[in-house]
Design a protein around this ligand. Structure first.
Ligand code: C2E
Ligand code: CA
Ligand code: CA
Length: 692
């Protein structure tokens, strides 16, 4: 709304220059103009005033400018302002006012007092511009500057010729170059020489076609150190689309790289020994076998397994076990050449790969050397420890070409070495046959009970002098339609290893109970039946309850059953076996220690064992008449058993001489082929039970 009054306040503003178009200036001015009388009452405002404040002239004329106050300035501010106007005739500065709509805005305000020729105050003229936009721009710039200098990323801005214009603090921290040192140079200042020209050509191609590149790059700090950074480069363009600047932003990824390296290390090396792990071994062996194939040379894979490591670990603790493994790793590495590979598969299993061999005999020589190195005592935290190693050897290419086959065959050979206690063993076809037979047996054994292939034989145990039957031992027999009769000494270890023994053990006990019930129903006198329990069965948490349930589910009583456990399995883990034996005992079962004298018995523990019978191992009985030491031991066992009120059974009695000798030693009961071999139940019935 444009009004053009001739005068603005009833008085000419500048009577000295009446010819100038003051009115037009007043109305067209972008600056708000507000004129008050000498009492600060507003008498005139221009359109720009209305635009900025939102007030129409009619709303403000007659009022004072204090209506625009925002409250952001305190009283003192105004006191100083007026003091300046009165003293100098003017004031200017930044002030926050309030628009009609309540919005507070910053303005740049100039106030002048207008006096007449006599110096009498006529008016005040206030002129102001809204500086919101300018202030925003400034604060935005300030913000940008702050972001730039405080960013944790290094930032470098160049012109289009790649001359550095500015760098931030993070740039200086990372590269070591101050702003003064960097400005004027190109980013080539940081070049490490690691990336080739081709790399940079690709990079610039991408920047020019996509306006952006990012990636990993190695640069050099001022102190010469190389470091990896993650760099992103972007372009700034003017309105015509011409590149004006490049902005490079980067972070130092040394730490990230290090942790990546560390992860890579962990993925490829065994942290305990620092040796290559299975993953790396796989890669190294693939390379080695390929090289061997090209060079027509032999390669040997040695599977090294420590024999009594578990015992050390269990008895002295894992920390000693770990240190021992580290020393073993050290000795292994020292016993081969630099070209050979030593790796830890896990636990106490190591693989050594010997390269460039002419003859398998060289591998055997190394294996013997390793074995003798391991025999030297290890000193771990004041413990002098003795170990032996078993080594399986497999040759490439004659025994296999690929990692899996070579390691598997070496493993099988190692297993054979362990079984035979031979230290080392070269793989051969026979070992493979044994392995295949084992696999075959394992598969078939799973179904043996349900297919009715299992049978129990009973071997009588008779009084040494009277020949009266005192008991019998139930022994498993397996008749397979294809495999024929398989000996328990072959299939029981497999059943134990695979856990199949759990089910088979239950089957045996059920079978014994139903046999007992059958004999009972015929009113036959039947002595107690001994049942073998393997060490593995003791690992089942429900061993006692499952056996109790089986026996109590029949008319049999626990008193009719003797539980036979071998000396080695009972002594292996005395703490956990002892309470189980007590439970059996309290249920009424009898307990026999089998193969006594064969293991390393801790005699001190014997008296804690709730046992009824000691069974002298057949190896002693068989040497009774040929080896005086065996005779002495047998006699000692018999006397000890009697001293502890235990019955003694001598197993494996094969000759009349042995029987005679045992009689003179006061042995209670004998069992063996001389008396009778294990036999089917009906035969035992007719030979022993019906005649009684
Ligand atoms: P074991 O418990 O020591 O059983 C005695 C072994 O000696 C039996 O072998 C028996 O046939 C054999 N034997 C008996 N008299 C003589 C003799 O005069 N001379 C010789 N040389 N041997 C004799 P078998 O039946 O082959 O059983 C071998 C092993 O298999 C057993 O040794 C036992 O450890 C295990 N076994 C057998 N049946 C079972 C079972 O039902 N459960 C478990 N866990 N193991 C069983
Ligand atoms: Ca037995
Ligand atoms: Ca035995």
């Amino acid at each position: 709304m444009n009004r053009h009054p001739d005068t603005l306040s009833g008085t000419e503003i500048h009577p000295k220059h009446p010819a100038l178009p003051y009115t037009t200036i007043f109305y067209e001015s972008q600056e708000a103009i507000m004129i008050t009388d000498c009492y600060s009452k507003i008498i005139s405002v221009n359109p720009a005033f209305s635009t900025i404040t939102g007030y129409e002239p009619s709303e403000v004329i007659g009022r004072t400018p204090s209506m625009l106050k925002s409250g952001l300035q305190d009283a003192e501010f105004y006191v100083e302002m007026w003091a300046s106007i009165h003293k100098d005739g003017q004031w200017q500065g930044e002030i926050w006012n309030r628009r009609k709509n309540g919005e507070i805005y910053p303005e740049w305000l100039t106030i002048r007092s207008v006096n007449d020729d006599n110096g009498c105050l006529l008016n005040y003229v206030g002129m102001f511009t809204d500086i919101t936009h300018r202030k925003n721009t400034i604060s935005k710039l300030r913000l940008h500057a702050q972001v730039f200098s405080n960013a944790s990323e290094g930032i470098m801005i160049t012109d289009k010729r790649l001359k550095i214009l500015a760098v931030n603090q993070a740039f200086t921290t990372m590269t070591g170059y101050s702003e003064q040192e960097a400005v004027g140079h190109t980013p080539g200042l940081l070049s490490s020489g690691i990336q080739n020209q081709y790399f940079y050509i690709k990079m610039w191609e991408r920047i020019h076609s996509y306006g952006m590149w990012q990636g990993e790059i190695w640069n050099r700090r001022k102190n010469g150190d190389l470091y990896p950074e993650w760099l992103s480069i972007s372009t700034l363009r003017d309105e015509q689309g011409h590149i004006t600047n490049y902005i490079g932003m980067f972070t130092d990824i040394t730490e990230r790289k290090q942790s990546e390296e560390h992860l890579k290390y962990l993925a490829h090396f065994d942290p305990l020994t620092g040796l290559p792990n299975r993953t790396l071994l796989y890669e190294l062996m693939n390379e080695a076998t390929a090289q061997a194939a090209r060079g027509k040379r032999n390669l040997a894979v040695l599977f090294v397994d420590l024999d009594r490591f578990k015992m050390v670990n269990d008895s002295l603790g894992h920390s000693i076990g770990d240190k021992l493994l580290q020393q073993v790793a050290g000795r292994l590495s020292a016993s081969v050449t630099k070209n050979d590979i030593v790796s830890r598969l896990g636990g106490d299993e190591f693989i050594v790969v010997l390269q460039n061999l002419q003859e398998p005999s060289e591998a055997i020589t190394t294996a013997k050397h390793i074995i003798s190195c391991m025999k030297r005592p290890f000193l771990v935290e004041d413990n002098e420890l003795y170990l032996t190693a078993s080594i399986g050897i497999c040759m490439c290419p004659s025994h296999g070409n690929d990692f899996d086959t070579l390691v598997k065959h070496a493993d099988l050979a190692m297993y054979e070495a362990k079984l035979n206690n031979s230290g080392h063993q070269l793989f051969n076809a026979g070992i493979m046959d044994t392995f295949k037979r084992k696999l075959d047996l394992e598969n078939e054994l799973r179904w043996a009970a349900s297919k009715g292939e299992l049978q129990l034989h009973y071997q009588p145990q008779v009084h040494a002098s009277t020949g009266r039957m005192e008991g019998m031992e139930a022994l498993l027999r397996w008749n397979h339609p294809r495999l024929g009769t398989v000996s328990p000494s072959e299939f029981i270890p497999i059943a134990e290893e695979t856990g199949i023994i759990m089910d088979i053990g239950k089957w045996v006990l059920k079978e014994v109970c139903s046999q007992l019930r059958e004999w009972q129903s015929e009113s036959l006198f039947v002595p107690a039946v001994a049942v073998n329990l393997s060490a593995r069965q003791f690992m089942a948490a429900d061993l006692v309850s499952s056996i109790r349930d089986i026996v109590c589910g029949t008319p049999c009583s626990p008193q009719q059953i003797v539980i036979e456990i071998t000396e080695s399995s009972s002594m292996n883990d005395i703490e956990s076996v002892l309470p189980i034996l007590h439970e059996f005992k309290s249920l009424g079962f009898q307990i026999a220690i089998d193969d006594f004298g064969k293991g390393y018995s801790a005699l001190g523990y014997m008296k804690q064992f709730p046992i009824d019978i000691l069974k002298i191992d057949k190896s002693f009985v068989q040497e009774l008449t040929s080896d005086s030491k065996s005779a002495v031991i047998t006699k000692a066992i018999i006397d000890m058993a009697h001293g502890m009120n235990l019955k003694v059974i001598a197993e494996g009695v094969e000759t009349t001489e042995q029987l005679q000798y045992l009689r003179t030693m006061d042995c209670d009961i004998v069992q063996g082929y001389f008396i009778d071999p294990p036999m089917p139940s009906d035969r035992l019935e007719s030979l022993y039970l019906l005649g009684v």
